[in-house]
Ligand binder design. Sequence first.
Ligand SMILES: [Zn+2]
Ligand SMILES: [Zn+2]
Length: 288
Amino acid sequence: MKPIAIAADLGIRGVRMKISRFSEQGQSELDYNFQICMLASGSRGNAVYVSGGSTSILIDAGLSGIEIERRLNSKGLYPEDLDAILVSHEHTDHIQGVGVLSRRFNLPIYMSSKTEKASVSQLGTVRVIKNFECGSSFMIKDLFIHPFSISHDAKDPSGFTVNQNGTKIGIATDLGIATSMVKEHLKGCSLLILEANHDEDMLINGPYPWPIKQRIKSRTGHLSNEASKNLLKELQHDRLKYVILAHLSQTNNTPQKALSEVSRAITRCNAQLDVATQDECGALLRLK
Ligand SMILES: [Zn+2]
Ligand SMILES: [Zn+2]
């Protein structure tokens, strides 16, 4: 594994050095290929921190810039150490803080050109936007990114895999249906972030107006607990370490229902299953 350095806060804003940091267990962070933290997940804002050590990115930034900075800081992480923001689609819950963080910390934004066109008014003036195309891989410094199309009611929505040193993680939230292409891309991941938006009975019997219920259930809406379980049944393999259920509805789902339904998929591996929440960060997960 190639040497990496982790930035540590030296206490002086704007003056930072790259040094390696050691965890409480005495293990150097050099021992890990990835650190991942779900900063927020749900219809009021989504952001995932992904670090390969020498390269750190946000996947979506759908809270205010201040709140994302606060949540990073709560985990000993700093926006000054980020290298880029990668954007899945233009919905506000994925993009709200992108423009302000990009301006404040001079971060390039990676998004498709169609997503960029649909985001102009929300982003404001930003210095660097790099366009990707779904289906075409690219590097953000040391991270190998592969964006792939997902079925959702946005202009050009994408899921991502991120690969470093042969370790792969996958993220697919905001999708109405897991197509065979989605399944193909998410194969072989050590960590999966999968949507488990709603319990179907809660949605049908819940308070939403019928057109919104139809939109959520549609092929371009959101994945139910049951659909997430069926997807995980196909994706599990013995090197899968973590599965994080994401984008849970606060009206049409509960963490207990999501966990209980999706856990039934895990029969051929020992993956740890967890849910990401809206109001607080998840744990900082480390992956070899
Ligand atoms: Zn969303
Ligand atoms: Zn969306």
